[in-house]
Each structure stands twice: as structure tokens, then as C-alpha cells.
Design a protein around this ligand. Structure first.
Ligand code: ATP
Length: 312
């Protein structure tokens, strides 16, 4: 085959699809008591923030995956990877071969309570659906996403949403304000099941309860309330358990308060800590002060809400 013929063949084949997908934070995370089936009901208000992973789906004869950035060399690239599971599930549901080379460029820290794995799964669903030219609506993708994990549907939708069930039932929420956050990624990882286990242990000892009241938070979001109004309404039922497993987090939380954050919050199951800033300038200043303390392995300034998974 001549070079010209090869070029033409490349041009005629499907082009790689690049999807950008955001991390999530939980403005409210209410965790119910453990049910007899071992699950917990959740009432959560998600917000997508401007810290992104990128998923590139390239045409290939069979599936494969590779990871660069956060988790490179550590994350498995077989069926244990949530992105691979997403591609395999989608192919199976659509009745097409799982023929894709997945390249994950990760910036979202692993096991940090920011739903990095779920973000990759959501990005993969969108990228593969486009690559394989599947005729699926976003609602149909959201349904498949729910079978992959609690946070996956939200990572597809983005913006702000109320999550119920295990977090997988998502309803978009009216939200007009933009919020400024500093994300402090504390050292180490916290496994989400371990933090649920600690929530249960603390509850058995009478510590903590289910907070499922989100109406005041939803009305501040709908009104575009500023950080001073949002701050007191941020809440995480998993925070005590995360601090109990990782006592050093107390210092990271306290640092935000003494450096002038409007509010501090454990992100999801931790150990990432969020500091709410008043505006962009305050966010950068807060990030600089927190960096000097050296308490966290990464500090990011981010804004939210942002869109969910998008082809770019
Ligand atoms: P959540 O907030 O949803 O509990 P998290 O941010 O705490 O999630 P993730 O980064 O999503 O945690 O990863 C949790 C575990 O999932 C990791 O320790 C890893 O073993 C596994 N995992 C599988 N696939 C991925 C992926 N593509 N990216 C990150 N983690 C993955």
C-alpha cells in the first residue's frame, strides 16, 4: 500500500474521540444508617468542579487501556479499571464489539473523595458511544452509568444535582451562582467502603446521625447566594468517620479556618478537604497560604459548577 493510500484509510476511519470530565464535590452528603442489605441511603447535593480527567477513545481491533498522570503505574488497566468496565458494559448493552484503545489522562487524585474513577467511567461511556456511533440519548447513558457506580450518572450530567438512592438517582438542581474552592489533597487515600464502615461503627456508639434536610441549601443555590450564605449550609455526614480514620485531617480542616476560608468541608469520603473562598482573588490567596503550610500533597484552585462530560 502506498503512503497516500494509508493516509486515506486513516482519514476515512473513525477519528479518536476526546472527552473532558470533571471531578465532583458534595455540598451536602447525608448518609443513612446501614440497611439490612448493607447499603446506605444517601441524600446528597453534587457540584461538578473545574478539575478534569480526559478520556480519549481511539479506534482499535480490541480493547486496551493506559493511564497517564495521577495513578499512572498504580491503577490497573484491566477490568478492575472503572473506565474499562464502562466500555465493556456499553459494548455489551449495545451489542457491539468492545473495540477501543482508551487513554486516560488523570488529574483527579485517586481515592480522594472526588470521584475520579466515576468521572473516567462517565467519560468513557460518552467517548465510546460517540466512537461506536451508538444512537443513545444522554438519559440512556445515565441509566447505564447507574450500573457502574453511584457517582457515575452525576459525572455525566455535571453542574449541580440532587442525588438520592445510593447517589445514582440524580435530578438537576437550579443553581445560578459560581463558587470558588481550594481543594487540598491530603496525603494518602481513604477507601470509600472503609469510611462507610467507620460511619457504622460510630453510629453503633451513638455518634452521628443521618442529615437528609437539603431544602435550605437548594434555595440558596437557586437564588445564587454568595459564599457567606452557602458556607454555613455545607455538610458531610462522613466527615467524622474520615477524621476518625485519619486524625491528621483535623489539622488540615483547622488550617482553612485560620487562613480565612469561609467554610471547610471534607470532600466525599475524604481525605481531600475543600475550602470555600469568597471570590477568585480570595481563592488564589487562600491557596497560596495553604501551600506554604505544606499540609497537603496538592492544592488546586477550582470553580463550580461546571458542565459534565463533554466531547472536546
Ligand atoms: P468517590 O468519591 O466516588 O468515593 P474516590 O474519589 O474516593 O471516589 P476514586 O479515585 O474514584 O475514589 O477511586 C477509588 C478506587 O477505585 C481507587 O483506589 C482505584 O483502585 C479504583 N479505580 C478503578 N478505576 C479507576 C480509575 N479509572 N480512576 C481512579 N480509580 C479507579
Amino acid at each position: 500500500m502506498t503512503e497516500v493510500a494509508i493516509l486515506r484509510e486513516d482519514r476515512d476511519g473513525p477519528a479518536p474521540v476526546r472527552v473532558r470530565v470533571p471531578a465532583k464535590i458534595n455540598l451536602h452528603l447525608g448518609v443513612g444508617d446501614r440497611r439490612p442489605d448493607g447499603f446506605h441511603d444517601l441524600t446528597t447535593v453534587y457540584q461538578a468542579v473545574s478539575l478534569y480527567d480526559e478520556v480519549i477513545a481511539e479506534p482499535a481491533g480490541h480493547w486496551s487501556a493506559e493511564v497517564t498522570g495521577e495513578g499512572a503505574g498504580v491503577l490497573p488497566v484491566d477490568e478492575r479499571n472503572l473506565a474499562v468496565r464502562a466500555a465493556l458494559l456499553l459494548a455489551n448493552r449495545a451489542g457491539v464489539p468492545a473495540a477501543v484503545r482508551l487513554r486516560l489522562h488523570k488529574r483527579i487524585p485517586l481515592a480522594g473523595g472526588l470521584a475520579g474513577g466515576s468521572a473516567d467511567a462517565a467519560g468513557t461511556l460518552l467517548a465510546c458511544a460517540r466512537l461506536w456511533e451508538l444512537d443513545l440519548t444522554r438519559d440512556e447513558l445515565v441509566e447505564i452509568a447507574a450500573d457502574l457506580g453511584s457517582d457515575v450518572p452525576f459525572c455525566l450530567l455535571g453542574s449541580v444535582a440532587l442525588g438520592t438512592g445510593h447517589g445514582e438517582r440524580v435530578e438537576p438542581v437550579d443553581a445560578v451562582g459560581q463558587y470558588h474552592w481550594v481543594v487540598a489533597v491530603a496525603d494518602g487515600e481513604l477507601s470509600t467502603p472503609a469510611v462507610y464502615g467507620e460511619v457504622d461503627r460510630l453510629r453503633d456508639n451513638g455518634i452521628g446521625r443521618y442529615h437528609d434536610e437539603v431544602a435550605p441549601l437548594l434555595s440558596v443555590l437557586a437564588a445564587g447566594g454568595d459564599a457567606d450564605r452557602l458556607g454555613p449550609l455545607l455538610h458531610n455526614d462522613m466527615a467524622e468517620a474520615a477524621v476518625s480514620l485519619r486524625p491528621g485531617l483535623a489539622e488540615v480542616l483547622a488550617a482553612g479556618a485560620s487562613d480565612g476560608a469561609v467554610a471547610t468541608l471534607v470532600s466525599g469520603s475524604g481525605p481531600t478537604v475543600l475550602y470555600l473562598a469568597r471570590d477568585e482573588h480570595h481563592g488564589h490567596a487562600l491557596a497560596a497560604r495553604l501551600r506554604l503550610r505544606g499540609l497537603a500533597r496538592q492544592i488546586h484552585y477550582v470553580t463550580g459548577p461546571v458542565a459534565g462530560a463533554v466531547v472536546c
